[in-house]
Design a protein around this ligand. Structure first.
Ligand code: SAM
Length: 281
């Protein structure tokens, strides 16, 4: 079941939360002068045109990245993320939005490596084209990322960030996320793992953060950005979340500053709100 195409959603509020956090996590890893790997289980196409094709149809980016594009006085961590996106739009007009592999690569250093998985044949082909210029720094496979990461953990440099960002159109993805993390933690307990999830009315979505909290890690962080009230009919995504295992100790404070600003910028009705929870043993 591969009907999902990320291009329809490129640059929306969920991408903003996810990619802002991705920039933060990698910036933190950069503080140590030792290489790391970035693993992306569901990489997508890598780069999206916003003014034509799928992304232009519903123009979800207009209530996402476009609102930050215009904003002034952004908190420094948020400004750092917007700078990454500006790097793909050098003439100053918002026309392209990078996917997680290219967001990550912009922040990473020359010796840090990307290992990417994308199952959809068309998006895997686009991904291959979009990372071709990175040469040996990036390797990609048209394969299932949930099982594909097993062979890469632990990674040779013993430092890694893994992003798990499935479509969740198939509700088995919720179970696959926790199963993949249990296995990943067995193989590489010290890695940083970031999971994106949609905030929906469906039971699996509401239960996922509670199930992630039960994984055997010393510290975790949960950040959600709800942009609107849940729809009366129970359908549709009213927000999204990122759950980070082994987060940097500074991340909760950064989010305490940034999430209220994201609520103000991206909120669509009076249901807009944030959730921030963290735990350290
Ligand atoms: N991470 C990307 C980003 O932030 O730019 C977006 C990824 S999108 C939400 C999910 C992607 O996972 C889709 O491109 C879909 O084709 C792909 N996909 C679905 N099931 C997969 C699987 N089991 N393994 C790898 N990729 C999969």
């Amino acid at each position: 079941m591969l009907s999902y195409r990320h291009a329809f959603h490129a640059g929306n509020h969920a991408d903003v939360l996810k990619h802002f956090l991705l920039v933060e996590l990698l910036t933190y890893l950069n503080q140590k002068d030792k290489p790391y790997w970035y693993l992306d289980t569901h990489a997508g196409a890598g780069l999206y045109a916003l003014t034509e094709g799928y992304a232009a149809r519903n123009a979800e980016f207009e209530s996402g990245i476009a609102r930050l594009w215009q904003a002034t006085d952004l908190p420094e961590p948020l400004a750092r993320y917007v700078e990454v996106i500006r790097g793909f739009n050098p003439d100053g007009r918002l026309a392209f939005y990078p996917g997680s592999p290219l967001v990550a690569q912009r922040v990473m250093r020359r010796d840090d490596k990307l290992r990417l998985f994308e199952l959809h044949p068309s998006d895997a082909k686009l991904l291959a084209d979009n990372v071709a210029t990175l040469g040996r720094q990036a390797q990609w496979q048209q394969a299932d990322g949930f099982t594909g990461i097993k062979a890469l953990l632990p990674p040779p440099p013993r430092r890694a960030l893994t992003l798990i960002d499935p479509p969740y159109e198939d509700k088995r993805d919720y179970r696959h996320v926790t199963d993949a993390l249990e296995e990943a933690l067995r193989r590489f307990p010290g890695g940083v793992y970031a999971v994106w999830y949609p905030c929906l009315s469906r039971e699996e979505s509401r239960e996922l953060p509670q199930r992630l909290k039960k994984l055997p890690v010393k510290s975790w962080l949960r950040a959600e950005l709800h942009v609107q009230r849940p729809a009366a009919d129970g359908f549709g995504m009213h927000g999204s979340g990122m759950f980070v295992l082994n987060p940097p100790y500074t991340l909760a404070a950064t989010l305490g500053e940034v999430l209220p600003r994201l609520v103000a910028l991206l909120g669509q009705d009076s249901g807009a709100r944030q959730v921030l929870e963290h735990h350290a043993a």
